[in-house]
Design a protein around this ligand. Structure first.
Ligand code: HEM
Length: 504
């Protein structure tokens, strides 16, 4: 109703959605905890697309794979921009990061660098690094199961620094790890104002206020935060340049991309390439609010939860690992093809766990019509992952954790491909997650290493009764369970030995 009073008649009806309140629009709908449950209900009620209107902003959720592929992929030329955030982008300097960059030359150049350094052929270079970080994680998990989220955070942070800069974290207090943590926190909780809205994003002309002006505190803050962000982009990059000078650089995202420069000693790094590499590397850490580590933490936490709740699945996977890998060593990436049941657990974790239920919105740059429905220019369009992953036709009995669904699918190959959660979990089109190939191996390896060495189960109370894990979701971006109680122990003396073996 509100729209029709203020705008011309649209060329076709808007897609269906909950009725907006006058003035506030659907803001009440969007502040619900576990928004994904509501979004799934919308999908059941409204079909392939849900449309909402909040504070003058059109929001669109795509509820089926068909519509997501059609719009975000096939019509990618107009569905690939990102929302403009004056505070985060312009004032705090995040516009240099991939996920905030508008669709254009910079984002194309940066994505190309990511494809070069994170393509399937480059990933093999990083494999030994994945194995390096696994053992310390397993040890920390045995020592303190309840702290599992911190352990995964440390694992993800350490691994990311290794892959991007060839930098090995020595302890929780490592200066680069602390800088990374601080900046990721700053982005999620300050710069993006914890999901809130900055007045300057609603009224961009406020950015012209002088810093001393009353009410312009946001500009002073932005200047401080921008400095921190720049430090975060510069320091680890400089570390790689120094290492390359000394001839001691490990193979990493940055060193691979500067390889040509490394070949000839006196050649200076081209300033444009230097800028792009520095900010692209930084984007992999902080490109989305705590994205890369956030999604890894959510995925591995969901895996642990699944293993606690489904002991029969864990037992069967352990038998598979014992038969293929034996008990004297940890699994390695090369074992993957011989472990189909473990692979099925990996896939089912992404589907059942829905670690990133709403992907980053794509901003539509032209008016569009789909299936007789009008989608206005400027709409923020997300695919609704919880609706896709809970679709009964695609995934029968969608709420159960059932790895078998990938093992004996009585379907043709095209349908089997449609049922591969990796087709959806990383988004669509030109903005699809550039870390998708990279993250598969370490996440798979971590899961299989847990299966190989640890017995995970329900915690036991004083009276010897099992405690059901209490599953609560507080995070608004990721489907990340709050810490829950469970028990964990090495599977055998042998497993304990493998875990504590130094440097092996
Ligand atoms: C389990 C792990 C992960 C999941 C489930 C995941 C999922 C996603 C999704 C759904 C998107 C949005 C795609 C879209 O807009 O359509 C995205 C974007 C992105 N991801 Fe990931 N991701 C993961 C790990 C990573 C890692 C490890 C990195 C970095 C090394 C990374 C870097 C990025 C970047 C830079 C973008 C923004 C791309 C752009 O705007 O062009 N992700 N990811």
């Amino acid at each position: 109703v509100h729209r029709q009073l203020t705008k011309q008649k649209p060329p076709a009806p808007y897609p269906p959605g909950p009725n907006p309140l006058p003035i506030l629009g659907n803001v009440a709908d969007l502040t619900t905890k576990e928004l994904w449950l509501l979004a799934k209900k919308w999908a059941n009620k409204y079909g392939s697309i849900t449309y909402l209107h909040v504070f003058g902003q059109d929001l669109v959720y795509l509820n089926t794979p068909e519509v997501a592929f059609e719009l975000l992929d096939k019509r990618g030329a107009i569905y690939s921009d990102r929302p403009r955030l004056v505070m985060a982008g312009e004032l705090c300097g995040c516009e240099n990061m991939v996920a905030f960059a508008p669709h254009g030359d910079t984002s194309r150049r940066q994505r190309k660098l990511m494809q070069t350094a994170l393509g399937l052929s480059s990933i093999k270079t990083y494999q030994p690094l994945f194995e390096l970080e696994t053992r310390p994680f397993l040890k920390r998990l045995v020592e303190d199961p309840f702290g599992f989220r911190d352990h995964i955070r440390q694992y993800a942070g350490g691994l990311t620094l290794l892959i991007l800069y060839g930098y090995q974290v020595q302890s929780v207090n490592d200066p680069f790890l602390r800088l990374a943590d601080e900046c990721v926190w700053l982005i999620s909780n300050r710069i993006l104002s914890g999901g809130g809205i900055w007045p300057v994003d609603v009224f961009p002309s406020l950015k012209r206020l002088p810093e001393w002006f009353p009410g312009a505190g946001f500009k002073r803050n932005a200047a401080t935060w921008k400095k921190k962000m720049e430090e975060f982009a510069d320091r680890p990059y400089k570390f790689v340049l120094d290492e390359m000078d000394k001839g001691t650089a490990r193979s990493s995202f940055v060193s691979v991309l500067l390889d040509d420069v490394a070949q000839s000693k006196d050649k200076e790094v081209d300033p444009q390439l230097g800028f792009d590499v520095r900010w692209t590397a930084n984007s992999m850490f902080s490109g989305r609010p705590s994205h890369s580590s956030g999604s890894i933490i959510a995925t591995i936490s969901q895996f642990i939860l699944a293993m606690v709740q489904h002991p029969e699945v864990l037992k069967r996977a352990q038998a598979e690992v014992d038969a293929v890998v034996g008990k004297n060593r940890l699994p390695v990436c090369e074992d993957r093809e011989s472990l189909p049941y473990c692979d099925a657990i990996f896939l089912e974790t992404f589907r059942w766990g829905v670690p990133a239920p709403f992907t980053l919105p794509h901003r539509l740059t032209e008016d569009d019509i789909y299936d007789g429905m009008f989608i206005p220019k400027g709409s923020l369009v997300s695919h609704n992952e919880s609706a896709i992953f809970r679709d009964e036709k695609l995934f029968p009995d969608p709420y159960s954790f059932n790895p078998d669904r990938y093992l004996h699918p009585a379907v043709d190959e095209a349908t089997a491909r449609r049922r591969d959660p990796r087709a959806y979990a990383f988004g669509f089109g030109r903005r699809r997650c550039p870390g998708a190939n990279l993250v598969e191996s370490p996440v798979w390896l971590l899961m299989v290493s847990v299966i190989a060495t640890l017995d995970i189960g329900k915690a036991i109370d004083d009276q010897g009764r099992e405690i059901e894990p209490e599953v609560v979701f507080d995070d608004s971006i990721f489907r990340l369970p709050n810490p829950f109680k469970f028990s964990v122990s090495p599977r055998s003396e042998h497993a304990l030995k493998v875990l504590t073996q130094e440097g092996a």
